[in-house]
Design a protein around this ligand. Structure first.
Ligand code: FAD
Ligand code: UDP
Length: 392
């Protein structure tokens, strides 16, 4: 098999790079070891005809106009603002913590003028904010920390918040108003026909061929490419030569409830202190689909399994740096994405990083603009996987 660029992984990172290089005239072969495109953002109908996210709920949000505009080439959008309730002491209260959360939990009657005074009365100021515990305790004190963050974080990461970088819990702010949206980004919309349709359009280009069910490590010797863009886990690329870089995994339990229009009042309910799962998401809230039944997913964090999250803590950063040093020496390989760059990227950040990587890839290939191409992407391969979209 010959191609200009081999892209390992058909998620956001690989797909954006594929499209950009294809637009510049390169023949691109995108492979993924899964049997579908879209990476973890893949969605599909379940057996009951409800659109679900098999790898957990994906809500698109960004403050970057450039990234929203980029994706708008491939999809129309449906406005959606995600709301999350947390179950604490048999109450369902808004998370991020806001005025209504505090009032409901403590039977108070605070408003925008008095809420900061309340936080000030309970917070434990920390001089240095290094860990996720520091972030939360510094903002809202011990009790709210224990009610909302400690148990959830231990469950999600298998680590205490004091063992994780501040950036993890800092994803969830503390509010001094009544805003109960999970995100405040200016662009909060879902792809109108789902993520997979958006990926299909992104990858629908005469210069892009796709091969699914194809593991890079099994077919690398059979592909001749001028350059490789790798979006899988970086430690796997180097055969774990410095040891395993920790990635947190999840087990998803999907459920369909027939003849039940709604199961819960918001998209996601978090369970910081009960159960082995962290949250329940009801997809119809996210997608706007109408159906007489409803489909849910519960997320059970695990140490083993597909890599989903880098684990942001200093010792992992150090280990990643060792792999990164190897990666930086590669002339013919570029590492892009959440797993390859070991960054807790949201989808929009993956798009941003992928767009940014294109110039770097071209530079490494020694091409200013486009390479003349006369290579053909061979469809025939010894790999049993189907070639779903070989286009010329
Ligand atoms: P991935 O989507 O992981 O794609 C990498 C691909 O590479 C995979 O398909 C994999 O099969 C393939 N691959 C790996 N190794 C090989 C190999 N050896 N050979 C062939 N193929 C290989 N972000 C948001 O913005 N909003 C959200 O609400 C949100 N929710 C999330 C919920 C969960 C449960 C998870 C896990 C993530 C969530 N994210 C969310 C983050 C989002 O999933 C990522 O930012 C994004 O999908 C990462 O894209 P990627 O292409 O870098 O990686
Ligand atoms: N978190 C928490 N309680 C919550 C929500 C979040 O402790 O109710 C912490 C937890 O450590 C989680 C992190 O904040 O992993 C980031 O939350 P987010 O919802 O952004 O996680 P993701 O959607 O990426 O899994």
């Amino acid at each position: 098999m010959k191609t200009d660029v081999l892209i390992v992984g058909a998620g956001f990172s690989g797909s954006v790079v594929a499209r950009e290089l294809a637009e510049r005239g390169y023949r691109v072969l995108v492979i993924d070891k899964r049997d579908h495109i879209g990476g973890n953002a893949y969605d599909r109908m379940d057996a009951h005809g409800v659109l679900i996210h098999p790898y957990g709920p994906h809500i698109f949000h960004t403050n970057a106009d450039r990234i929203a505009e980029y994706l708008t080439q491939f999809t129309e959008w449906r406005p959606y603002e995600h709301r999350v309730l947390a179950k604490v002491e048999d109450k369902l209260v808004p998370i991020p913590i806001n005025i209504d959360t505090v009032n409901a939990l403590y039977g108070m009657d605070l408003d925008e003028d008095t809420i900061q005074g309340f936080y000030d009365s309970v917070r434990e100021p920390r001089e240095k904010i290094r860990t996720s515990e520091d972030v939360v305790v510094n903002a809202v004190g011990q009790d709210l920390y224990e009610k909302f963050f400690r148990g959830y974080t231990r469950k999600q990461w298998g680590l205490d918040p004091s063992e994780l970088n501040a950036s993890v819990a800092a994803r969830v702010p503390t509010r001094t108003n009544r805003d109960d949206r999970y995100f405040t980004d200016k662009f909060q919309k879902m792809p109108a026909e789902g993520y997979t349709k958006m990926f299909e359009r992104m990858l629908d280009h005469p210069n892009i061929a796709i091969e699914l069910g194809a593991d890079f490590f099994e077919l690398r010797d059979r592909v001749q490419a001028r350059h490789i863009v790798y979006t899988g886990p970086v430690d796997a690329f180097y055969a774990y030569c410095y040891g395993h870089l920790p990635y947190r995994s999840l087990r998803f339990e999907h459920e369909h409830l027939p003849d039940t229009e709604w199961y819960q009042s918001v998209g996601t309910v978090n369970f910081p202190n009960d159960y082995a799962y962290t949250r329940t998401t009801e997809f119809k809230h996210l997608t706007g689909q109408q159906h007489r039944g409803t489909s849910l997913v519960r997320e059970f964090p695990t140490a083993e399994g597909d890599p989903y999250y880098p684990v942001p803590r200093p010792e992992n950063e150090l280990l990643f740096k060792k792999y990164e040093a190897l990666a930086e020496q590669e002339q013919d390989v570029t590492f892009v994405g959440r797993l390859a760059q070991y960054r807790y990227y949201n989808m929009d950040q993956c798009v941003g990083a992928a767009l940014k990587s294109v110039d770097y890839i071209l530079e490494k290939m020694g091409d200013d603009e486009r390479a003349p191409v006369d290579l053909v992407v061979a469809q025939a391969t010894a790999t049993p996987a189907p070639l779903i979209a070989a286009k010329r």
